[in-house]
Design a protein around this ligand. Structure first.
Ligand code: ZN
Length: 308
């Protein structure tokens, strides 16, 4: 089974969708991935996941790049925009099709809602129940395409949470790789790009933990190496609930307007990642020596009441 080689220069990435501002949870994820590779002399990559052309905006992506730069985080290679790489996704999809691993799915959103009988654990996502499995691919019908997951559980190790054993069939079901509207879907693009860019470490929010086994199956089908994974606890409201609209709008600019400076923001983010004993103002560079996955808390972290 392919796996990341320890001798390889660590390469981490932050891959937001340019559909809004980077909120505190996004910034914390970006900083953790940056610190993890910077503390080991590795490469940090910024990638814009803008294949969903209905929601993505170039200007929002450029604002995200500026926000990260204001915090001291800049991509070591030119920022990659997924919308420029459609040919790569087309080739990967064709390879899976030749291997007989795709099938067309004609389910509508309404069908899927009706099929989902019981509420699914936690994240509100429900696994696709495989209703269209066995349907045959016929060229030019404009159907959505799904990847046929092999049976069985996937063992993987989270840098933060330790050994995991997941059944992708029960967590996501067969993932959608190509949408009826002609867009390549998240699971395909993220796996193809991580492989193509030599990413050895994926740091992201705990809300994506449940899709990891599915993405590992896809890496295996495409003969891509498996990166290391770390899933960070989510950033919550001061009372521990999910970020509301107001808190979700707290990005670099909104905080600066409230009088929270960049150094203060970095100090809080660094403290929340275990780099500092207290949230004292500092620069991103100054957090590097204190970073270690062993010190990053695994649970959620609440934003300061005074920032709301
Ligand atoms: Zn279907």
């Amino acid at each position: 089974m392919p796996s990341s080689s320890p001798s390889r220069r660590p390469t981490g990435r932050f891959a937001p969708s340019p559909t809004g501002i980077l909120h505190l949870g996004n910034l914390r994820t970006a900083l953790a991935s940056w610190l993890s590779v910077r503390s080991r002399g590795g490469t940090w990559i910024l990638r814009m996941e803008d294949v969903d052309t209905t929601r993505s905006r170039r200007a929002l992506g450029e604002a995200q790049i500026r926000d990260l730069a204001a915090l001291g985080m800049e991509s070591d290679v030119p920022v990659l925009w997924q919308s420029d790489r459609v040919e790569l996704y087309r080739m990967a999809l064709a390879r899976l099709e030749r291997a007989g691993l795709l099938y067309p799915c004609q389910c509508s959103r309404k069908d899927l809602a009706l099929l989902a009988a019981a509420p699914h654990e936690g994240d509100g996502l429900r696994p696709y129940p495989g209703r269209c499995r066995g349907a045959e691919l016929r060229g030019g019908e404009g159907a959505a395409l799904r990847f046929m997951l092999p049976p069985g559980q996937v063992a993987w190790v989270d840098l933060l949470l330790g050994s995991q054993l997941d059944d992708p069939m029960g967590l996501t079901g067969d993932p959608l790789l190509f949408r009826r509207d002609g867009c390549y879907a998240y699971h395909l693009t993220v796996v193809v790009d991580d492989g193509d860019q030599g990413v050895s470490e994926v740091v992201r929010g705990a809300d994506l933990r449940s899709v990891t086994a599915t993405q590992i199956r896809l890496q295996e089908a495409l003969d891509l190496p498996r990166p290391g994974y770390a899933h960070l606890g989510l950033v919550t409201s001061p009372d521990g609930s999910r970020l509301g609209k107001r808190e979700g709008a707290l990005g670099v600019r909104a905080l600066v307007e409230r009088g929270v400076g960049v150094r203060e923001l970095l100090g809080w983010l660094g403290w929340s990642l275990g780099c500092l004993d207290s949230p004292v103002p500092c620069l991103a560079e100054e957090l590097i020596p204190g970073f270690s996955w062993g010190r990053v808390p695994t649970g959620p972290v609440a934003i300061p009441m005074s920032w709301r």
